[in-house]
Structures are given as C-alpha cells and as structure tokens.
Design a binder for this molecule. Sequence first.
Ligand SMILES: [Ca+2]
Ligand SMILES: [Ca+2]
Length: 223
Amino acid sequence: MKLTRKTKTLGAALLVLLASGMYLIAADHIDAPGVTGAGSASLGSDITDVYAFANGNNMVFVVNTQGLLSPAASGSAAFDEEVMLEINIDNGSTKDNIEDLVIQATFENGKVRVYGPAAPVTTGLNSTLLNSVTVEANITPYGQSPVIGEQNGIKVFAGPRDDPFFFDLGAYKAVLGGTASSFNNPGTDTFAGTNVMALVIEVPKSQLGSGTINIWATSNRKM
Ligand SMILES: [Ca+2]
Ligand SMILES: [Ca+2]
C-alpha cells in the first residue's frame, strides 16, 4: 500500500535527548480549510501536537489529532481509516533530517495497528506501509478505561483524551493587541474541556539507535 502525505508535517523537528524530559516545540490545532474545512473528511489527518519523552528505558511518542473536540463530539469521534500516522526518527551521527526509522499506525474496525520501528520503505513526502504489525490494540471508547496493547516490548494506546496542551489565547491576543504586556500566572487554559484523538506508542530505547534522535510526525492519506 502506498500512502501520500496530504497534510502538514509538524513544523519543526523535535530534538529529543534520550535521557531528558518532555519537549514541546509547536502546537497547531486547526489546519487550513483545505484540510479541515466544513464537511471535510480529512479532519483525521489534522495533527495538533507531537510529544516525546523518556520513561525509564523506553521512549514514549504521542501524536494527537482532531483538536478542539467538545465532550459532546468526543463520543462519536473516530480515527480516519484512510489515514496512517507516521513517527519519523532521524538517528545516528549525521542528523540529516531524513528518517532512518519509522513507526506507523493505522486504524481499522475499532483497532489500532502499529508497524515498526523499522527502516522506511520510502522516505520524504510519501510513505509506504511496512509489512508486519508489531502491536495492536482495541481503540479505547470515550470515557472508558484505557486499553493498552503490548507485544514485542512495544505498547500502544489510541482513543480520545483530554488535550494536554495549555495555551492562553485571550492573553496572547491581548499582548499582540497591546492591551497587556505579559501573560498571567496562572493563565487561562483555552483548551480546557476539549479533547483530542490520541495515539501513544512506547518503545524500548534500544530499538531506536544510540544517542539523540530527531523526530517528526506526518499524517498520510491513502492513495
Ligand atoms: Ca537520518
Ligand atoms: Ca516518512
């Protein structure tokens, strides 16, 4: 199966020190109308945030999509079965921003399936689905306890979750508009009460090469 990337890559590569905590570079909760416009079937390809952090000897990757889901909308929200989410990993000493490993996830019939980490068949803007599934799990319905799949040392969770991103949009606009000179502490969480469709994959560091890694995520729509 060949897949092509129709939407954005997270704007900046994320430099992750394997021993370090969470790094957040950018958030982008609503894409251009061509991706997320009224009646668009492609909301499932709209990435909001990508996170990576260490958990002991493992690395945890989070790719959140479909931002600003209200509680009322979250029950019927679903992953797009035509969309493959791909975590791209640039490792080794060269750091050329070309992925050396990919972790892919597809969604079908209530299940999430993870492929890799493994060397990609295709690098760059197109992606090719890897051959073998490394772990799968049932997608967790809204409001229910998390279902976590674990096989081959890799764990996966997929389902709606409270959006962890904190941003004070009101204060941001006030600073831009010149009616405030700084943010408040504490601020107001503009995203409070909204959900995202979360994909969480935990992988042993030993499967990711040595040293630091660059990561970025893409959403890829089936051709
Ligand atoms: Ca590379
Ligand atoms: Ca790729």
